[in-house]
Ligand binder design. Structure first.
Ligand code: SAM
Length: 202
């Protein structure tokens, strides 16, 4: 899968200006200014999900960050919407540069997502970081259960959900109880990858 179409839509002058501004930044997120590297990594996500071979899909990407995955989906003809907080200005600058759609929203435990004017064929989240509460504790079964039930409202019939989790401070992706919940709800689990290929079993 070539990145040429995605790259072609990027205003290189504006990109260089952003990169120069973040070149000396010590903030961890400044790594996302290296657009080419993150596009290549996001391409692997697209390919893993076979979205480079799929007819147009409606995709909601939670915690979309700089919008690399969204840009690739858009370049493939999919209808992609991101959701993220506005805490990191670089993400806003990149999503604007890429011309991808993003809504500003903070996911909170046991609070529903906003209303969307459509359902989605895919709900994705890569390097998930929303699954911690205000005290920095990872979500447990009740929070995940609420969240999954809420996602169901936004999923089209035959829709799929895919998460790639980040490890918690102990280096684990989930507790045994959370893993059991994912399995009960129909997930295939491979390390950090949680895939509800046939939607949710509720
Ligand atoms: C590690 S970054 C991953 C970004 C992107 N998914 C990627 O793989 O390049 C985690 C993202 O989740 C977002 N995020 C963290 N907590 C969130 C929350 N409670 N609600 C929405 N987004 C959140 C962050 O702003 C950030 O963009």
């Amino acid at each position: 899968m070539s990145l040429a179409r995605a790259r072609a839509g990027i205003d290189q002058r504006k990109l260089r200006e952003i990169q120069e501004r973040y070149a000396r930044s010590t903030a961890g997120y400044s790594k996302y200014a290296d657009v080419d590297r993150w596009l290549r990594l996001s391409r692997e996500c697209v390919q893993d999900l076979q979205l480079h071979r799929a007819p147009p899909q409606r995709v909601l990407d939670l915690g979309c960050g700089g919008g690399f995955f969204l840009l690739l989906l858009q370049s493939l003809g999919h209808d992609a919407l991101g959701l993220d907080t506005d805490r990191v200005p670089l993400y806003g600058e990149l999503t604007q540069l890429f011309g991808v759609q993003r809504i500003i929203w903070r996911i909170k435990p046991r609070e529903p997502l906003p209303t969307f004017d459509q359902q989605f064929d895919w709900i994705t989240a890569f390097s998930v970081a929303f699954n911690v509460d205000a005290g920095d504790r990872p979500w447990d079964v009740p929070e995940w259960d609420f969240f999954l039930r809420d996602l169901q409202r936004h999923l089209a019939p035959s829709g799929k959900i895919y998460f790639a989790l980040n490890p918690n401070t102990g280096g684990k992706f989930y507790t045994r109880q959370v893993r059991d919940l994912f399995l009960q709800r129909g997930a295939e689990i491979e390390r950090e990858r949680i895939f509800f290929r046939n939607g949710l079993r509720l």
